[in-house]
Ligand binder design. Structure first.
Ligand code: GDP
Ligand code: IMO
Ligand code: MG
Length: 425
C-alpha cells in the first residue's frame, strides 16, 4: 500500500484540514510530515468548528491513527492546548495519537528569536506567524536542536539550558522585543507532562510497517507549495519543504511509496504575510473576496490578501508535486461575482510567459481570461451536475488548463459540503 498525500498548491489555507477530515475515513493513518503550529487547519462538522495546529486532521475520525512525523516541529504549549480542546470535545485520542521521537521541539527562545529576527528585518519582514518555526528548523539543520526523544534523557534540562544560552547570545545582536521569557519557560516545562503522556514512536519504522501490512496512510501537508523553503517565493516562505518530496524526509519513506498526490487550490487565491502575489487585488473585488471567504488567518487572525486564481503558479506547483488529482475549494465564495478572472500568463520584460521566474516581481502585467459568474447560491447541490452551468464551465476550464482531473469541489466549510466528481480511489 502506498502513501497518499494532500497538500496545498498556493500560499496555504487552501482548505487542507477540511479535505483531510473528509477523506480520513478511507484511511487507517493520517500523518503530518512538516510544519508546526504556524499551521491552522479548520474542520467544521455537526455545527461545530475546530482548528488544529500540530495534531493531524484525522483525529476526529474514530479508530484512526494519527502520527506527528519527524519533519514536524512541536511547541509543547500549543500542543497541550490542542489536547485540552480535544478533551473538551470528548475526542478519545489515547492509543490513536503518536509522536515521532525525532520531531524537533520549539523552545520559548525560538519564539523570541523569531520575533527579534522579524523586528530586525523592519519593513522587509516575512510576516512570520511568530511561532518559532524558522529558528527551530535552523537549529535542526545547525545540529543544535532538541528532539521529542530527548525529553526522556536525564540531562534534558542541561541540554535545554545550553541551547537557551546559545539563543540568548544571538539575541544580544538583535533588537529587543517584548517577551516574558520566564513566564513562557514555566508554561513550557509545565506542558512537558502532556507531551510525555503521548506515546513516542520510532516513526520511520512505524510508517514503513504500516505500509508493509497494508494500512492506508494519508500524509497531511501544512502551508502551501509557494511557501516551500526551496521553491516558494524566497525569502517570503516558511522553513520546511512543503512539497511532496517533504513527505519522504518528514516521515522516512522512500519516493516509490508515494501514491496519489491530491493538490488543493482555492477557486481564487490568498496569501497572508509579506512577499509577492501576482494576482492580488487591491480594490473592492479583493475586499469582497476577503469578506465572502472570511479570509482571516486561522492561527493569527490576520486578514489574508486576496486575488484571482493564477494558472502559471498552479502549473508550477502541480509540476513540483506530481499532482494526480485536484481539489477546488471555496467555489461558493465566488457566488456573488458577475465576472471571474483567471490569470493565464505573466508579462515579464514585455514577453508573456507561463514560467514562474527566479524572483516574482512585486508588480507586473498579467494576461487574464474572463468567465461569467453564476450569481446564485450553490446550497443543496449534491453532485456536479446540480451546480449552475457557469460554475461547471469554470471548473471544467480550470481542469482543461491545468491538465489534471479535478476530483472534488468544495462548496462550503462543512464536512458535508463537498462534491465528488469521480471516485477518489
Ligand atoms: P488549511 O490551513 O488549508 O486547512 O485552511 P484553513 O482552515 O486555514 O482555511 C480555510 C478556511 O476556509 C476555513 O475557515 C474553512 O472552514 C473554510 N473552508 C474550507 N472549504 C471551504 C469551502 O468550500 N467554502 C467556504 N466558504 N469555506 C471553506
Ligand atoms: P496552513 O497549514 C498560510 C506564512 C506566514 C508567513 C510565512 C512564514 O494553515 O496553510 P512562519 O511562521 O512559517 O515563519 O511564516 O509563511 N504561513 C502560512 N500562511 N497558511 C499557513 O499554514 C502558514 N504557515 C506559515 O504568514 O508569511
Ligand atoms: Mg490554515
Amino acid at each position: 500500500m502506498n502513501i497518499d498525500v494532500i497538500l496545498g498548491l498556493q500560499w496555504g489555507d487552501e482548505g487542507k484540514g477540511k479535505i483531510v477530515d473528509y477523506l480520513a475515513d478511507r484511511y487507517d493513518v493520517v500523518a503530518r510530515f512538516q510544519g508546526g503550529p504556524n499551521a491552522g487547519h479548520t474542520l467544521v462538522f455537526d455545527g461545530k468548528k475546530y482548528v488544529l495546529h500540530t495534531i493531524p486532521s484525522g483525529v476526529f475520525r474514530e479508530n484512526l491513527i494519527n502520527l506527528i512525523g519527524n519533519g514536524v516541529v512541536i511547541d509543547p504549549i500549543t500542543f497541550e492546548r490542542e489536547l485540552k480542546n480535544l478533551d473538551a470535545a470528548d475526542v478519545d485520542y489515547a492509543e490513536r495519537l503518536f509522536l515521532s521521537q525525532k520531531a524537533h521541539l520549539i523552545l520559548p527562545t525560538h519564539r523570541l528569536l523569531d520575533a527579534a529576527n522579524e523586528a530586525a528585518k523592519g519593513k522587509s519582514k516575512i510576516g512570520s506567524t511568530l511561532r518559532g518555526i524558522g529558528p527551530t528548523y535552523m537549529d535542526r539543520t545547525g545540529r543544535n536542536g532538541l528532539r521529542v526523544g530527548d525529553i526522556n534523557r536525564p540531562d534534558f534540562k542541561e541540554r535545554y539550558e545550553r541551547l537557551k544560552q546559545k539563543h540568548l547570545a544571538i539575541l544580544t545582536s538583535l533588537p529587543n522585543v517584548d517577551f516574558d521569557l520566564e513566564g513562557e519557560e514555566k508554561k513550557w516545562f509545565a506542558s512537558m507532562e502532556a507531551l510525555r503522556a503521548i506515546p513516542q514512536v520510532n516513526s520511520e519504522y512505524f510508517v514503513n510497517n504500516c505500509i508493509k501490512y497494508g494500512k492506508r496512510i494519508l500524509a497531511e501537508g501544512a502551508q502551501g507549495s509557494m511557501l516551500d523553503v526551496d521553491f516558494g517565493t524566497y525569502p517570503y516562505v516558511t522553513s520546511s519543504n512543503t512539497v511532496t518530496a517533504g513527505v519522504c524526509i518528514g516521515l522516512g519513506v522512500s519516493p516509490d511509496k508515494i501514491g496519489e498526490v491530491i493538490g488543493i487550490t482555492k477557486a481564487y487565491c490568498t496569501r497572508v504575510g509579506g512577499g509577492p502575489f501576482p494576482t492580488e487585488l487591491f480594490d473592492e473585488m479583493g475586499e469582497l473576496l476577503r469578506k465572502e471567504g472570511h479570509e482571516f488567518g486561522a492561527t493569527t487572525g490576520r486578514p489574508r490578501r486576496c486575488g484571482w486564481i493564477d494558472l502559471p503558479q498552479l502549473k508550477y506547483t502541480i509540476m513540483l508535486n506530481g499532482v494526480t488529482q485536484l481539489v477546488v475549494t471555496k467555489i461558493d465564495v465566488l457566488n456573488i461575482f458577475k465576472e471571474l478572472k483567471v490569470a493565464t500568463s505573466y508579462v515579464i520584460d514585455g514577453e508573456a510567459t507561463e514560467e514562474v521566474p527566479y524572483e516574482l516581481p512585486n508588480e507586473m502585467d498579467l494576461e487574464f481570461t474572463n468567465y461569467p459568474g453564476w450569481e446564485q447560491s450553490l446550497e443543496g447541490a449534491t453532485c456536479f451536475e446540480e451546480l449552475p452551468q457557469a460554475a461547471r464551465e469554470y471548473v471544467d476550464a480550470l481542469e482543461a488548463a491545468l491538465g489534471v482531473p479535478i476530483t472534488m469541489v468544495s462548496t462550503g466549510p462543512d464536512r458535508k459540503e463537498l462534491i465528488t466528481r469521480t471516485s477518489v480511489r
